[in-house]
Each structure stands twice: as structure tokens, then as C-alpha cells.
Design a protein around this ligand. Sequence first.
Ligand code: HBI
Length: 369
Amino acid sequence: MQNISPLPKRLKLLFVSTPVGGLGTGLGGGVELSLYNIAKYFIEQGHTLQIVAPSGSLWNRDIFNIVEITGNLQIIAQIQERDTPITMPDNSLLANMWEYARSVQNEYDLIVNFAYDWLPFYLTPFFQTPIAHFVSMGSLSNALDTVIAQISKLYPGTIGFYTPSQGATFPSLTPPLYYLSSGIDLSLYQFCAEPKEQLAILGRISPEKGLEDAVAVAAQTNIPLKIMGKIQDQAYWQKIINDYQGAPIEYLGFLPTDKMQQVVRECKALLMAPRWVEAFGNVAIEALACGVPVISYARGGPAEIVKDGKTGFLVEPDSVTGLIDAVKRLDSIDRYECRKQAETEFSLLPLGARFLQWFEDILQRIQRM
Ligand code: HBI
């Protein structure tokens, strides 16, 4: 038995963020929240952690070591077609982030990629330091599917997803695959037992989130809808405004966690109307943490989070009447059950432990080679 030197207890980790926007701007959507929570865990556990992120990142530098990289943002993957060729803007921020990672790789035990982009996967065999890839959305692009499949074969065990249903959207992957789920810092979310007569929807304002269906619920039930999230697609937002004039909706912008949860906690429910296989749905566990039931189309991550009839309702996809029927049944939900589910399934420690296990498995596998 070849002697395997024990893994370093303190890992030296390099997290390379998403190239679609600075940390804290909301452009990175759910993966931003995931990166924040995972980074906090590893810092609190005493590991060495460096984050590489776009310039203009707003996170607290007393907590996070962030190297800010300049360059032109990467086009967001959701608005491209499956067969759209991979494009790199001039002075690509993504390329600049990975050039930095290459130049410092020897200082780290492991690099973790949080970008949903072709380049980091393609570059993996050119790096000496191992790379773990956290894939933050379902399958969207043939070129990305292909390179993810290739890396899962070349480096088994280095591909991680939020959920099995998200992973299942990718073809020809080589096991083992890791499903990390998600988690949040529950101390940031205050339970509310007595909600107001209002609903909420949270998340990037972009066609895949199905915002128009939530607005239709507000229009038909006349229950006010609080809308929060970064407007990523202005034309999409404008069309909703035009199509649903008079609907009782209020747009509150992209709010930081504390302000956001102050609004969400007072709502009867969080609505989710994903048009796609939502990889996870961090907003769902944020709502549950406030005691707020989640009403979602039975698709992707939310279908694996919501306990139908217990912590919310899972509805026939794309059925607005289904959403409305669920809103009418909300009184049957015990809001304490929602908070309890967040505490048992989605707190920070188990989340961090899953990522640590994943990283250690990767390093052990390499030691054995
Ligand atoms: N698009 N090209 C690209 N790269 C990303 O990392 C990316 C994206 N679109 C959305 C996104 N990341 C995140 O908002 C989601 O992963 C949550």
C-alpha cells in the first residue's frame, strides 16, 4: 500500500468567481450567495482562502481576501442558444481571471471554479493544481455540455452540482458526480409568524425566472406582489410592466440579504415560476428560513426543496391557475415547519462539510494516482 501522506488539515484554496458581475452586485445570482456562504465556512474553519473576482466587487474586505480583476464582462449564458459558438470579448475578464489563477496556482492545494463558462473547463488539463468545478445552472449550451463531459471523464469527481435534477440535464457525464445542495447563514433570517396580505418573488429579472406568471397571480388575486432582484433583461421587465398595467406590484430593486429578508418574512408566500430546470433556488431556502412557504412550479431544484403541502406547494409547471389555487391553500401551512426545514436541511455547517468532503475526495484521489 503506497503511503498516502495525510491531507493538509488547513487547505489553501483559490475560488475563481463568476465573470458576469462583481460580487455583491446581484448579477451573479444564486452562485454569488453560494460562494459567499462556502467562503465564510472555510474562513471560519481556519483554511486559507483567496477569491478572484471582477473589479467592483462589494464584499467586506475584512472578511474576504479578494483579488479584483478588470476586463470586459462575459455574456450571460442564459440568453444564448444551445449551439451559439463560445465567444470571448476583447480583454476578456474571464480570460484575465484565469490567467491570474494560472500565475498563482502553485500557492494553492486546490482551485475552485464558480463560472458557468467553457474556458475554465478547457484550461483544466493545462493546470498543475487540481480544479474543482461547481456548476451553477442546468445544461444550456452544447459546447459547455461537451467540455464538462470531457473533464468529468479526464478528472472524475471534480464536477459538482447543486442537485441531481440539475446534474441530470447534462449528457454523458462520468461518475462520481457530487451534489452539494446549498445552505445559508440562518442567523441572517428572522422568522415571522404573522404575515401581511402580500406575496414575494426574488431573483434576477430575466425570462428564465417566469416573473410574468407571478405578476399574473397578483393581477388576478389582487394580492400585492413585492418584486426583488437585479434587472438583468430590461426589455423583458418593460414588457411585463406594459402587459400588466394596474397589477398590484412593487419593484424594490436588488436588496442586500438583511433588507430583502425584512420584506420577504412578512409575505404569505414566495412565488417561483422557473421556465427552466432551476439548478437549486437559493431564494427558496431564504424564504423558508423566514417561515415563508414556497409556491413553485414542480421543476428542478425547488421540486427537491419544497415539501408539497408541508412547507409550500409544488404546482403543475407553467400553470398560473395552479399558482393561484396554491395561494388559496396557504392557511394550511404551518410557518414553523418552513423555518424548521431550513434549520435541519439548509444551514451553513452541513453545507461547508459537504464541500470540504468533496475537496478532500479530489485531493485523496490525486494522492492515490
Ligand atoms: N453566464 N457566462 C456566464 N457565466 C456565469 O458564470 C454565469 C452566467 N449566467 C448566470 C450565472 N453565472 C449565475 O447567475 C447563475 O449561475 C446563478
